[in-house]
Design a protein around this ligand. Structure first.
Ligand SMILES: *[C@@H]1O[C@H](CO)[C@@H](O)[C@H](O)[C@H]1NC(C)=O
Ligand SMILES: *[C@@H]1O[C@H](CO)[C@@H](O)[C@H](O)[C@H]1NC(C)=O
Ligand SMILES: *[C@@H]1O[C@H](CO)[C@@H](O)[C@H](O)[C@H]1NC(C)=O
Ligand SMILES: *[C@@H]1O[C@H](CO)[C@@H](O)[C@H](O)[C@H]1NC(C)=O
Length: 496
């Protein structure tokens, strides 16, 4: 399975590093959790039909050199039933690390506002994901084929595609285009506006951690946010999780203890070695992080259906941090079961099954090993995780082993400006207060037209999800401000 190789490789190296695993989740909860949520959402307002057409554009494999002159088919999806032509706006989703249909289906916000804005919706797939493979089945087979998997190439794809759409679609020549994205897609939306201001009039970058690089933000804020989510969701909750690590370590000292742990957690494969225990702890950590990302106010779906405010439900099991080791760990088991066995159908818990074994993980792992070097750390004092420092050298060595390449940790800020972005205009940065990824987000406006919106009760890009009867007021306010700003950009585009 794709992810296993990657995850295991890293796990063994950092003695259970969950750092790399964490970014893989960017798109999982971005997309998959939305996915079935429509079905479980209690009082859904009329959802527009998800009808779109699929197209393929002959895209250059390499926009920046002239030797590799081949083409590949980039997939994009178009929904134009509300488009007011000629000249009506185009909302352009800057696809991130996954199948574009997933993002299309699950970015309910775009579907919800299309009619009001008279907008065409376009969802463009990111190269090396979904069906958009530059070298077909060979794309992931060798580092030389992966060489064109960069954010710059992806942004150039978007620019070339938009130019083509405006030239080829009747009535689109003067259409203002707005970039929209969430997570890594949000980073791309913001960077797209920065690099190609003549192509898009503005960008909505939701839950986009554009500052989770180098030392632009402290490396431990991410885990502190996760911790706070648990701390405020029930008494003793974060403390129970903090205490669980020592209990696990103590239990793991003997083979009887390992056996006990394996049974207590109903694990599919029993823990046998130190590496297994590292992977087990990594899996638990990842579960807590995932819960923070999907802590939505209404039932949603991840691996399995989740209740509304899942962390509160989890914390009901974690109110006695001082209980005996075995009791504490049994409570932890009950808590993770909310995540993995809410419907009561799980046969056993599989510690290799955290995110998904899809190609999305693999591609992101490569991107994390080249451009997307995001430092994370924890200290077990200001957060509830085991202490772990950020070690770029070890990270780089792991990348070299895995991919035959070494990361360039300073490239992203060099290319896109890091914090020096105040000369740009018309970008909205929205972040949820519950979302660990808000750690690397822009949470204060950087001027009139670089607008930060914080949604205190929001998890990972709640604003991009469909309207829901249980939405907190703060996300309704955020969405209406987003629509107002988009209307302003559209109006300005037509009046200058
Ligand atoms: C997206 O939605 C369409 C229509 O509802 C469905 O057929 C398709 O399987 C979905 N694709 C994904 C990747 O979710
Ligand atoms: C999942 O829940 C059901 C019903 O409570 C239980 O019988 C089963 O053992 C649980 N599975 C795991 C892996 O704990
Ligand atoms: C655990 O998950 C991995 C990855 O999805 C899979 O390959 C493996 O077969 C699963 N193991 C069991 C016992 O279900
Ligand atoms: C941003 O500006 C500061 C102060 O002028 C400078 O020290 C820093 O190197 C700049 N960063 C980038 C990425 O250009």
């Amino acid at each position: 399975m794709a992810c296993m190789g990657v995850c295991r490789g890293f796990t063994q190296h950092h003695g259970g590093s969950w750092l790399l695993l964490a970014f893989n989740l960017l798109w999982i909860s971005a997309a998959q959790s939305f996915h079935v949520s429509r079905q479980f959402a209690p009082a859904q307002p009329s959802n527009p039909e998800l009808t779109y057409k699929t197209y393929y554009f002959n895209q250059k494999v390499d926009h920046f050199g002239f030797v590799e002159d081949s083409l590949f088919k980039q997939r994009y999806l178009v929904a134009d039933s509300h488009w007011k032509k000629p000249g009506g706006p185009i909302l352009f989703y800057t696809g991130n690390e996954g199948d574009i249909a997933l993002f299309c289906n699950n970015t309910g916000f775009m579907w919800d506002v299309a009619e009001e804005l008279g907008a065409m919706l376009v969802f463009a797939e990111h190269r090396y994901y979904g069906e958009s493979m530059p070298f077909g089945d060979l794309s992931y087979s060798d580092p030389k084929y992966l060489n064109y998997l960069t954010s710059e190439q992806a942004l150039a794809d978007f620019a070339v595609l938009i130019r083509y759409l405006k030239e080829s679609i009747d009535g689109a020549r003067d259409s203002p285009v707005i970039a929209i994205g969430g997570s890594y897609g949000g980073m791309l939306a913001a960077w797209f506006r920065m690099l190609y201001p003549h192509v898009v009039v503005g960008a909505l970058a939701s839950s986009a951690p554009i500052w989770q690089f180098e030392d632009l933000v402290p490396c431990n804020t991410y885990y502190q946010i996760v911790t706070n989510d648990f701390k405020k969701s029930g008494p003793g909750c974060s403390e129970s999780i903090l205490n669980s690590w020592a209990a696990i370590n103590h239990m793991s000292e003997t083979s009887d203890g390992l056996q006990w742990l394996s049974n207590a957690f109903h694990l599919c494969s029993p823990l046998k070695s130190k590496e297994d225990v590292g992977a087990f702890k990594g899996w638990l950590s990842e579960t807590w992080v995932s819960l923070a990302m999907v802590d939505y106010p209404y039932p949603a779906n991840f691996l399995e259906p989740l209740p509304a405010w899942p962390i509160e439900v989890v914390c009901k099991f974690l109110n006695s941090p001082k209980s005996s080791e075995k009791e504490l760990l049994q409570n932890i088991f009950q808590a993770v079961n909310v995540y993995y066995n809410y419907t009561g159908t799980a046969q056993c818990l599989n510690t290799s099954q955290t995110a998904s074994g899809s190609l999305g993980d693999l591609g992101w792992s490569y991107q994390a090993c080249t451009e997307m070097v995001m430092p994370f750390c924890s200290d077990g004092v200001t957060d509830m995780f085991e202490p772990r420092t950020w070690d770029l050298q070890a990270y780089s060595d792991d990348c070299y082993k895995q991919w035959g390449v070494r990361p360039r940790a300073t490239w992203i800020t060099t290319a896109y400006g890091g914090k020096n972005i105040t000369t740009h205009r018309n970008i909205i940065f929205s972040n949820g207060g519950l979302d660990p990824w808000s750690a690397g987000g822009v949470k204060e406006s950087l001027g009139d037209s670089l607008v930060a919106i914080v949604i205190p009760e929001g998890a990972h890009h709640l604003d991009l999800r469909s309207n829901n009867a249980y939405d907190p007021k703060s996300v309704l306010v955020a969405r209406s401000l987003e629509v107002e700003l988009m209307k302003k950009w559209i109006w300005e585009a037509g009046n200058n």
